[in-house]
Design a protein around this ligand. Structure first.
Ligand code: ARG
Length: 567
């Protein structure tokens, strides 16, 4: 929090010398080596040199100017050419708390994004296949990043790049034609389509001709045969409903659903450009772009003329650049696709679009494990994600019933607690790490969980319920006590925390911060009678509690988690 004062001192002194002497000086503001010297130290050598005046005169002038500034400073003095200051922690703390209370949800807003646009590609499930654990991670991380970036002043475009093109549709059509009963499917499309897909994959092992039939069927979609295009559209729509159930539960939204199919007619110009630039090479009938020695060549066109995943991603980069003029493009995709994004960036830079290549960031993430093994939704081992969320909601409801049996809207709250638990558990560790999935551990009200944060917020809400307090009639001296000051410091660093999360593209920075804020508050709660007899002490405590609540609410919102008034 002293950083802000340092910055103001620098700016104000530089402005002073500019106005008085028309000099553009760069004032250095540092932290003294020894704490007894002060909290801030300003060496005046550069000013002496620039103004060509005796040192004592320069120092005296600086001292006088600093004293006249409206900053929470206790004491300024000098030791030789160094101006040393002690910060008035009480006054500074009071300012911070008053700001947090009055700004509310706007507290911590940053301008580092400066109106630039970031495109986020997340969730992006593959239609006709099931919504995997990886897609769930992508959904939660992407959604939180979007909110964090917005808080930092970026424009965001959230794109659900559906995997809605490819031979899986051919397979699906073959399966429907062979074994499907339209009436049965129509009654429960999500499950019927999923089991048909499992079946076709299994049968393919013994009947290799199915692969050929599937390619044939997909070919017909590509050629635009009406009956097949109709089927494609229908499968796409029905499958999307499965994903939408999950988005609704989690409160996740998108600005665009342009998936792979959208780019089907937008690849040719790019392939042509690659050809003109002479970077497309033939390799056993296929067309590839050779990249640096340490990564394999990117396959752009198969020998049968078919295009690939990367070909569509290339088309998508150019289209999005033109449409949104982004400064950065985040792809929230599992670590398994590292090579794909290296190749995508590699091809772009070989084409001469170095800036575009540099603007692409693969926001990778690790695996979710169940008993040490990758949790999978495919091949019979079908873990239905919607069911998993439902289990978390049930577990949350049990706990709520134990703690608060008479509460009304229990079901509604259980949804918010259960989903919040899953989301927080996913976001609390750096995204690239794998983690073990344990529903009971993540819904607990104690420990490093989402419900713990919601519960801390609820505790504050109940302390403050029906109370009023005057945030301007407080005893700022109290903030100097360690268990108060610890919280004040954290509140002061909210904005930097969010900026760091945005720079590292990792919501875990916010998640960890909230855990430590909640634990400081709970310590405070155990040490202090918040609803104190003395009015001024009470005002001070309430103001502090209120700012913690403001930040917990806003922090949870940034993670994509609901905050609550009771639970
Ligand atoms: N649908 C892909 C998959 O499930 C993920 C797409 C990621 N986004 C992208 N632009 N490649 O593997």
């Amino acid at each position: 929090m002293i950083e802000q004062i340092k910055l103001s001192l620098k700016e104000k002194l530089e402005a002073y010398y500019k106005e008085k002497y028309s000099m553009e000086l760069s004032i250095v503001v540092e932290t003294p080596k020894k704490a007894e010297m002060g909290d801030i130290s300003i060496p005046m050598f550069t000013v002496v040199k620039a103004l060509r005046k005796p040192m004592p005169e320069i120092v005296a002038e600086a001292l006088e100017e600093i004293k006249s500034l409206d900053l929470p400073i206790l004491n300024v003095s000098n030791a030789g050419a160094f101006v040393n200051l002690f910060v008035d922690k009480a006054k500074l703390s009071a300012k911070i708390i008053q700001n947090a209370v009055s700004e509310g949800e706007a507290y911590g807003n940053s301008t580092i994004g400066n109106g630039k646009t970031i495109v986020l590609d997340y969730s992006s499930p593959n239609i006709a296949k099931s919504f995997s654990v990886g897609h769930l991670r992508s959904t939660m991380i992407g959604n939180s990043l979007k909110l964090i970036l917005q808080k930092c002043g970026y424009n965001t475009v959230a794109i659900n790049y559906l995997g809605d093109w490819g031979t899986q549709f051919g397979k699906m059509i073959v399966a429907i034609e062979k074994w499907g009963d339209i009436d049965v499917i129509k009654k429960d499309p999500i499950n019927e389509l999923a089991s048909l897909y499992v079946r076709v994959n299994n049968e393919e092992k013994d009947h290799p001709e199915i692969a050929e039939e599937a390619r044939e069927a997909f070919r017909k979609i590509e050629l635009g045969e009406p009956k097949y295009v109709e089927m494609w559209k229908w499968i796409r729509e029905e499958s999307l409903k499965e994903s939408e159930q999950i988005y609704d539960l989690l409160g996740v939204t998108f600005d665009s659903y342009n998936g792979e199919a959208f780019y089907n007619d937008k690849m040719e110009p790019i392939v042509n450009e690659l050809e003109e630039k002479k970077i497309l090479e033939e390799d056993q009938g296929a067309l590839v772009v050779r990249l640096s020695d340490d990564i394999p060549p990117a396959l752009i066109k198969r020998s049968d003329g078919g295009t690939l995943y990367i070909t569509r991603d290339l088309a998508a980069v150019f289209w999005r650049k033109k449409e949104y003029n982004f400064s950065k493009a985040f792809y929230v995709v599992g670590g398994e696709q590292k090579l794909h994004f290296q190749q995508l960036k590699g091809v772009l830079s070989k084409m001469g679009y170095q800036d575009l290549s540099d603007s692409i960031m693969h926001v990778n993430f690790g695996m979710v494990l169940k008993d040490g093994k990758k949790m999978s939704t495919r091949k019979g081992n079908v873990v239905k994600l919607y069911d998993i969320l439902m289990q978390a909601i049930d577990a949350a409801k049990k706990q709520i019933e134990e703690k608060n049996p008479n509460m009304e809207n229990k079901d509604e709250i259980a949804v918010k607690v259960g989903c919040g638990a899953v989301v927080f558990n996913d976001l609390k560790n750096f995204r690239a790490l794998d983690y073990e999935f344990d529903i009971n551990a993540m819904v607990r009200f104690e420990g490093q969980t989402g419900p713990y944060l919601q519960y801390t917020g609820v505790r504050i809400a109940s302390i403050l319920r029906d109370k009023t307090f005057d945030v301007n009639n407080i005893d700022a001296k109290l903030f100097e006590k360690p268990h108060y000051f610890e919280i004040v410091k954290q509140i002061a660093s909210f904005r930097q925390t969010i900026e760091k999360a945005s720079e590292e593209a990792s919501p875990s920075v916010v998640a960890k911060y909230l855990l430590s804020l909640a634990s400081s508050f709970n310590k405070f709660y155990s040490l202090e009678k918040i609803n104190a007899e003395d009015e001024v002490v009470r005002n001070t405590n309430f103001a502090l509690a209120k700012s913690v609540r403001v930040i917990l609410n806003e922090g949870l919102r940034l993670l994509g988690i609901n905050y609550l008034d009771e639970m």
